[in-house]
Design a protein around this ligand. Structure first.
Ligand code: FMN
Length: 409
């Protein structure tokens, strides 16, 4: 492994080790690909991003928390599920469009919110927005973006969904919501899985020691973190209590208050159990993202795909359910859809594309995932998402209940 360590363009990440954290890489490219179009799968971007992106930033991209058991579970949970194909179905054309809150998207593949994208490429969220806009993929913008929501909406060519980290202060949350609303966003995604803090991002911390650059030039002090983020410009951040992180004090009353306050649809991201899904509905949520933050929040959790059926059952078609964490292949996305998701978000895959080649990298990741999903849908005899049969996905151990696919809410 030692001779796999490369030191190119300031990068010193063990490239061959990069795929290990993502899992499911059967035949890695013999050498990093030279262009976005040369990729066979999304993992091909990971090795290039490992080389291009400074080690401390790549560590931030890859990291899970603590021993990274949840991160691994997000991948291994897919191994429990197999596909039951349907031959001679005559499925020549596939329409994978999906409707969310009255708006139709060409594909159910969504770009999950991810902060600090200029850490991966100088164009950051702008490159991502252009790629997503060109391909008609829904993009969710993070509160801790390195580009303002106004600039992202302009680059995307229309409203994106806005992800909210509220902080412990209602006034700060309200200021962020007002700005998202004013820029045309119609859906607010409240992330709740990391409000009380996260485990330790050990991979990220270790990666810093590989980075010879002077970090303090860009990261002057932890106290200045919020003030440096464009979405907090003009917001009085003094009310954000650092001890309470993104809002350790918040409870369901906050969800009710937020839902009553905003004109946007409210989607709760980071739900993994049926009782919490029921609470979402009781407290005014319009949608749910089943997610464990890509293994970056709670450690020793269950793989997200394994959590999906219980949430779908609990919601029983009343609101749309999206899912993310660990989705890397068209087969993964198909399984998410068959288990009842209206759409599937991806995080690291498009960030690898961004770090590797900027906008063309993100576009290529989206194209690959769409092409892979299209093939699987044909193999399963599903011409549309509504045709996806729950029975086309089975568990190897025969255990567990896989619910019927409800109509999207
Ligand atoms: C580098 C990075 C930054 C992230 N930043 C945010 C964020 O600002 N807000 C948020 O709700 N989720 C954030 N997430 C979590 C993603 O939205 C998503 O849940 C996760 O990446 C999905 O897992 P995957 O990376 O395995 O696809 C981040 C994830 C990564 C990898």
């Amino acid at each position: 492994m030692a001779d796999a360590v490369e030191a190119i363009a300031g990068g010193a990440w063990p490239v061959a080790a990069a795929s290990g954290t993502a899992g499911c890489q059967t035949a890695p490219a013999p050498q990093p690909i030279g262009s976005a179009g040369a990729a066979q799968n999304v993992f091909d971007f990971e090795a290039v991003a490992a080389r291009n992106v400074p080690p401390a930033h790549f560590g931030f991209l890859q990291t899970g928390v603590d021993g990274e058991a949840t991160l691994r579970a997000n991948r291994t949970a897919f191994d429990d599920l197999y596909l039951n194909p349907r031959v001679l179905s005559g499925t020549a054309r596939v329409d994978m469009s999906t409707e969310l809150f009255g708006e139709r998207w060409k594909t159910p593949i969504v770009l999950a919110p991810a902060g600090s994208q200029r850490a991966f490429h100088p164009e950051g969220e702008i490159a991502t927005a252009r790629a997503a806009g060109n391909q008609d993929n829904l993009q969710i913008l993070s509160t801790v973006s390195t580009t303002s929501v106004e600039d992202v909406v302009a680059a995307y060519g229309g409203p994106v969904w806005y992800q909210l980290y509220p902080t412990a202060s209602w006034d700060i949350a309200v200021a962020l919501v007002a700005r998202a609303e004013a820029s045309g966003c119609r859906v607010l995604v409240l992330t709740v899985d990391s409000l009380g803090g996260e485990g330790t991002k050990e991979t990220q911390a270790r990666a810093r020691s590989l980075d010879a650059r002077n970090c303090s030039a860009c990261h002057p002090s932890p106290d200045a973190y919020l003030a440096r983020k464009p979405m907090f410009h003009g917001v009085d951040v003094s009310a954000a209590d650092p001890a309470l992180g993104w809002g350790a004090n918040l409870d369901w009353e906050f969800v009710r208050r937020l839902s009553a306050h905003t004109s946007m649809k409210l989607v709760i991201k980071g739900v993994v159990t049926a009782p919490d899904a029921e609470r979402c509905l009781e407290n005014g949520a319009d949608g749910i993202v089943v997610s464990n933050h890509g293994g970056r929040a709670v450690e020793t959790g269950r793989g997200a795909i394994a959590c999906l059926p219980a949430v779908v059952d609990a919601v029983s078609g009343q609101v749309p359910v999206l899912v993310d964490s660990g989705f890397r292949r068209g087969t993964d996305i198909y399984k998410g859809l068959a288990l009842g998701a209206s759409a599937v978000c991806v995080g690291r895959p498009y960030l690898w594309g961004l770090g590797a080649f900027g906008q063309p990298g993100v576009e290529s990741v989206l194209t690959l995932l769409r092409a892979e999903l299209e093939v699987v849908m044909r193999q399963m005899g599903a011409a549309t998402l509504a045709d996806i049969a729950p029975s086309s996905v089975r568990r190897h151990d025969g255990a567990g209940h896989i619910p019927a696919r409800p109509a999207p809410g």
